[in-house]
Design a protein around this ligand. Structure first.
Ligand code: ADP
Ligand code: MG
Length: 722
């Protein structure tokens, strides 16, 4: 998100001024903005500000509203956020225990003193201040031992001119810009940036074309583009910048969604994929449908119809199947695979873990064997001879259905004719890996599955151009899963309960958390518990151990034993999180549950209650169980709706989980926040898709088309399967 942290290699020499950008056009190199010049220009390029337009879109990080500045003497306790501007008088770190250690700064504004208190980032804060320096503290005022203070105020360092500006009668709102050391050394601290923004705005006046179709602007009452850019930098009132930002955010998401809509439109109208033949009566697809040990649910049939329509059509399918844990996605995949095979093609299923690959193989191999369809399993750790044999089966086309891990996309794996590529638990893969699987065939149809119920607002951004099928309903005979939170001090209650279930011939999982700092520790917890439990509390039941460091064969053996009920309890690390399906398992106990994300716990819980037995999920919280931990986990007690849980998770932990860590391929939104701005995002998406449906060449509004080609033209070609 932040452009500031992305240094760029040294820029090439700038193009001459007159080139193809009349001075003041959006393309004008930033160094020609008065007050910038080559040296500052280079610094700006490092934060990806290369043109006048880039500079104008470098928006303030915050606004200081002069009308909210309050002299210390006039401060009152209230819920309103206020700003105090003063000079630093004293600061110190106050010792005490780890919980009361804090850093305090006092500022004076001539009417009194205000203390700012910091509990986090003490080291950083203790270096941040200098005596006599002018700062603005913004936040809520609270009372502590009869003295007013602000806890963790937003801090802005001001210089003399800014301070005067704040107290003078000119201009109500001051824009504050992010800067960095290099920029600041080049004179581009917040104030320096504000100066060149003024020049940039002057230079660009009258030359910034409107790119949003007027009817859309009208619909939302949005200001024109130029007006919005001016107001975003130099607002008079709070309302000005709010409206300006709204317009610029809408513009950002509309353009993004437009690119997705265009991509989807192209895929569906121009790309030639495989048109699978309509399944024949008595053909493999029809026989497969009768071969399931259960009736497909209405939801499964509905989703299959959507998939079949895509498969029969000549364009390459690019569909996301979203279905909560236990909704029965695997059966849908098997039916789709049957259709691919009936059409004369191979189908492949890629999954994130070996355990899951083996499980799919155990489900699909006998199923397809009964239909005369050979299935091959490809894993990373295979002995050379076995690997060679399986690769040959895949290349010759003998293997009609291929199941595997990342091993499927390695070099040397060649398919005879891959027609349907399925990616299970797709959130575990990066975009690049999904693409690689697709490249193993010639424009095969692609189906990606996820049980992580991505909140819609995120799905819209993450999987923009995919078609989405939703599998909501679960197979009928399911009973609800009972979820209980248990204080770790009462572990014995858990063991007692486990034994009652085991006595009824049920099976159980006990999962130990990932200790972030050390994979070894993580392992240890599970290994130790395994040893202790088998001798002590769970004696004489048969326990198995599963963790990520075991070899493929070891894991395979343990899972096979557990599936066949040769083991009663599976003690494991979080590797069972995705996909494991053992219908006889009725208890999922998660130790150290507070260390897991809610969605992850929901996934774990989905491992039980899959057969005809009632499922119980026990979330064991390490003592001391804080109220916060309990409240968070209570969401799981309250609902089984994975979507609601994901939303809550997102609210608590922010979008980073979805965006950052998983190479999700999420597009960079600089202004809009998919959570906070979800309504805007959804409107923009509807608008963009409707526009493209009506006007796929963007001929209806020439400035939009021109802008789009300039801004997204090159990127369009890079965008591919989501
Ligand atoms: P997920 O969507 O989490 O991948 P699975 O495909 O593993 O779920 O299915 C969960 C369980 O439900 C499996 O044991 C499967 O055999 C069973 N199942 C799937 N579809 C049906 C159905 N229509 N009726 C009854 N049971 C079903
Ligand atoms: Mg699954």
């Amino acid at each position: 998100m932040s452009a500031v942290n992305k240094p760029k290699p040294d820029p090439t020499p700038p193009a001459p001024r007159e080139a193809n950008h009349p001075h003041g056009s959006p393309d004008t190199p930033v160094q020609y903005v008065p007050g910038v010049g080559p040296q500052r220009g280079r610094q700006l390029e490092r934060i990806n500000v290369r043109t006048l337009e880039d500079l104008l879109y470098y928006l303030p990080r915050r606004y200081l509203d002069r009308s909210l500045i309050v002299p210390v003497r006039a401060l009152t306790l209230s819920d309103r956020e206020v700003t105090v501007v003063g000079k630093v008088s004293t600061f110190k770190t106050i010792g005490g225990g780890p919980l009361s250690r804090r850093f305090e700064v006092e500022i004076a504004d001539g009417t009194g003193f205000l203390r700012g208190v910091f509990f986090q980032g003490l080291h950083w804060w203790s270096k941040a201040f200098q005596r006599g320096q002018t700062v603005a503290f913004s936040g809520k005022v609270s009372l502590y031992r009869d003295r007013i203070q602000m806890v963790h105020p937003a801090v802005d360092f001001l210089d003399e001119e800014e301070r005067r500006g704040m107290t003078a009668r000119t201009g109500t709102i001051i824009s504050l810009y992010s800067s960095n050391d290099a920029l600041a050394r080049a004179g581009l601290d917040s104030r320096g940036l504000r100066k060149i923004m003024a020049a940039a705005v002057n230079l660009a006046r009258g030359k910034i074309p409107e790119i949003l179709p007027p009817e859309l602007r009208d619909t939302y009452g949005l200001p024109e583009r130029e007006e919005a850019l001016v107001q975003a930098h130099f607002p008079q009132k709070e309302k000005d910048w709010k409206l300006a930002l709204r317009r610029l955010k809408y513009e950002e998401v509309f353009l993004l969604q437009l690119s997705l809509a265009l991509r989807q439109h192209r895929r569906k109208t121009r790309e030639q994929g495989i048109a699978f033949p309509h399944p024949q009566p008595g053909g493999l697809t029809a026989r497969a449908a009768r071969h399931f040990p259960f009736e497909l649910t209405r939801g499964q049939r509905g989703v299959l119809t959507e998939i079949r329509q895509d498969m029969e059509s000549p364009f390459p399918m690019n569909r996301l199947l979203q279905g909560d844990v236990g909704s029965g996605k695997t059966a849908v995949v098997m039916a789709a695979l049957a259709m691919a095979v009936e059409g004369g093609y191979q189908g492949a299923v890629m999954v994130p873990t070996e355990v899951l690959a083996e499980q799919h193989f155990r489900t699909m191999d006998p199923f397809f064997a009964g239909l005369g369809v050979p299935v091959t399993l490809l894993l990373g750790g295979l002995p050379a001879a076995a690997r060679r044999k399986r690769l040959a089966e895949i290349a010759s086309g003998h293997a009609r259905v291929v199941i595997g891990t990342h091993a499927l996309i390695q070099e040397g794996v060649e398919f005879h004719n891959l027609g349907l590529a399925v990616v299970d638990e797709q959130h575990r893969f990066g975009v690049a890996q999904r693409l690689e699987l697709r490249r193993k065939g010639e424009r095969p149809d692609v189906l990606v599955l996820t049980a992580t119920p991505i909140p819609r607002s995120l799905a819209l951004t993450l999987y923009g151009d995919l078609d989405v099928s939703l599998l909501k309903e679960r197979p009928k005979q399911r009973q609800p899963i009972v979820t209980r939170i248990l204080d770790g001090k009462r572990r014995d209650d858990l063991y007692d309960f486990l034994k009652t279930e085991l006595r009824k011939e049920r099976q159980a999982f006990i999962v130990y958390p990932l200790v972030e700092t050390s994979e070894k520790l993580d392992l240890q917890a599970a290994v130790e518990a395994y040893g202790k439990l088998s001798q002590g509390p769970l004696h004489p039941y048969r326990l198995g151990l599963l963790h990520g460091r075991m070899s493929t064969e070891e894991k395979e053996a343990v899972m096979a034993d557990y599936s066949a009920h040769r083991l009663d309890v599976l003690v494991s690390t979080a590797v069972v999180e995705v996909g494991i399906d053992v219908p006889n398992a009725s208890v999922m106990a998660v130790m150290g549950a507070q260390r897991f994300g809610l969605s992850q716990l929901h996934q774990l819980r989905g491992r039980v209650g899959r057969g005809q037995h009632r499922g119980v999920c026990v979330l064991v919280v390490d003592p001391p169980m804080t109220r916060e931990a309990r409240d968070r986990l209570a969401v799981l007690e309250a609902t089984e709706d994975g979507f609601a849980i994901a939303e809550e998770d997102l609210r608590i932990r922010g979008g980073g989980e979805f965006f950052g860590t998983r190479q999700s391929g999420a597009p960079d939104l600089r202004l809009a926040d998919p959570l906070a701005d979800r309504e805007l995002l959804e409107s923009a998406r509807t608008d963009a898709f409707a526009w493209v449906a009506r006007d796929p060449e963007l001929e209806g509004f020439a400035p939009l088309r021109r802008h789009f080609e300039r801004a997204y033209g090159a990127k369009m070609e890079l965008m591919d399967v989501g």
